[in-house]
Ligand binder design. Structure first.
Ligand SMILES: Cc1cc2nc3c(=O)[nH]c(=O)nc-3n(C[C@H](O)[C@H](O)[C@H](O)COP(=O)(O)O)c2cc1C
Length: 429
């Protein structure tokens, strides 16, 4: 099929390289299988993990993945994407500590010595904040005033404070989220913004560089600094990032690679690469069979999308051979995921493979890959986008197909968050 589409995707029968540990300063990631950050929209009003949050991470912990990248946690209440997003602050820090402790305890059920590497993603949702979107540059869709340079300076302090709390809680690394068109990723494309955070490469990347540098020097200690970075927006220049400055929409990784080099110098130790805004161009970053809106068809075959993201991530991994890089966009491959990931790792295109939607559907996927070398076709994600749709409709989300009793129609979680009218926090951008 890939050949007929004009793309090439390699696969390997031998997946044993996915069992290889990955060395980090002071820690070893026990294998090369990672779980991507996946929001469940099930925190309480103060941003503390709720019962379904704990259930999700217990399942992930039991599943044997070497790295669990915990979902987006806001650094400020006005930066939450929905009223049920995690929010890390002095008042919620104890609940986060309990969650970390719980994950480590339950991980022993996989293997007594299993200790997954835990990363927390910290974020400000920018234009995707609800109920009030926050804009940092005007791309023709900004429906409100732009955050000022001084407000961005203060927001830097909030990221650093959240990183300190993440260290206190016992995370191994903190991720300064810079993808999917949330605030920091939006800044990377702020060519038309005046002032210290817009225009030149130096200004557009300032926020991320300075926050990573400040966390590394002011807050890190034993905590590693990571980022989940979008490397290609798929949006025309001057409002896109990682895109050629003509009308072609061609990926151009010159600036993303220059930035990664500078982040390395500033202390970055781990990176998770992704592409595009999932609201505007979901087919690019999470290839699917059914669109999140339930109606529109994907504009390209999902294999074209899978191949594009593997190749883009591979270009970066080849440029930064010693940087642990996690690849994204593999869930559509279903049972082929370990085989394609093993080939990508063997070819030096990734260090670890991440699973997002697959982990919702099949939290024990890593255990099956490590123990049997294969995935069970009855358990894989079917790329139906129901998890995305539930989230956008204001519900608590998970896999509506494989975890039906909880997230399927009539399931205990598939409903708008209590106290909210359906869709009140629906993201519209
Ligand atoms: C319901 C849902 C929630 C998500 N939450 C996050 C998140 O909190 N942070 C993030 O960086 N990406 C998030 N993503 C994106 C995934 O981490 C991942 O990039 C995407 O699903 C593609 O990988 P996959 O093909 O393995 O699913 C989310 C995706 C979905 C469908």
């Amino acid at each position: 099929m890939a050949g007929r589409l004009g793309v090439r995707i390699d696969a390997s029968a031998d997946v044993s390289c996915l069992a290889k540990p990955v060395s980090m300063p002071g820690h070893t990631i026990p294998n090369s299988l990672a779980i991507h950050p996946m929001e469940g929209c099930d925190a309480d009003a103060d941003g503390r993990p709720g019962p379904l949050t704990v259930r999700r991470y217990e399942r992930f912990a039991r599943g044997g993945a070497g790295l669990i990248w915990l979902e987006a946690a806001a650094v400020a209440p006005e930066g939450r994407a929905n009223a049920r997003q995690l929010w890390l602050h002095e008042g919620s820090v104890d609940s986060f500590a309990q969650l970390v402790e719980r994950i480590h305890r339950v991980a022993a059920e996989f293997e007594p010595a299993h200790r997954p590497y835990l990363v927390l993603q910290i974020t400000h949702s920018g234009r995707h904040s609800r109920p009030q979107p926050v804009f940092v540059h005007d791309d023709g869709k900004a429906a409100g005033p732009l955050l000022s340079d001084e407000e961005l300076d203060r927001l830097q302090d909030q990221f650093v404070a959240a990183a300190r709390l993440a260290r206190q809680v016992g995370f191994d690394a903190v991720d300064v989220k810079a993808c999917h068109n949330y605030l920091i990723s939006d800044l990377l494309a702020a060519h038309t913004r005046p002032g210290r955070y817009g225009g030149s490469f130096e200004n557009r990347t300032r926020f991320l560089r300075e926050v990573v540098g400040r966390i590394a020097t002011e807050a890190a200690g034993a905590l590693a600094v990571a980022t989940r970075l979008g490397i290609y927006d798929g949006v025309a220049w001057p409002h896109g990032w990682g895109v050629a400055s003509d009308v072609s929409l061609r990926p151009d990784l010159t600036e993303p690679c220059r930035l990664i080099g500078q982040l390395r110098q500033a202390g970055l130790g781990l990176i998770n690469l992704t592409i595009a805004d999932p609201y505007r161009l979901p087919h690019l970053g999470r290839p699917y069979d059914h669109a999140p809106d339930g109606a529109t068809a994907a504009p390209e075959h999902p294999l074209v999308g899978v191949s594009r993201i593997i190749e883009l991530v591979g270009q970066v991994q080849r440029a930064f051979g010693d940087l642990p890089i996690i690849g994204t966009g593999y869930s559509w491959l279903r049972t082929l995921l370990p085989h394609v990931a093993a080939a990508a790792k063997a070819a030096g295109k990734i260090t670890l493979v991440g699973a997002g939607r697959l982990a919702f559907a099949y939290p024990y996927f890593a255990a099956d890959i490590l123990r049997t070398g294969r995935l069970d076709a009855r358990k894989v994600c079917i790329a139906c986008s129901a998890c995305t749709r539930i989230m956008r409709e204001g519900g608590q989300t998970g896999c509506a197909i494989r975890d039906r009793a909880v997230y399927g129609p009539g399931g205990s979680a598939n409903r708008p968050a209590e106290g909210l009218a359906a869709g009140e926090y629906r993201r519209t951008t």
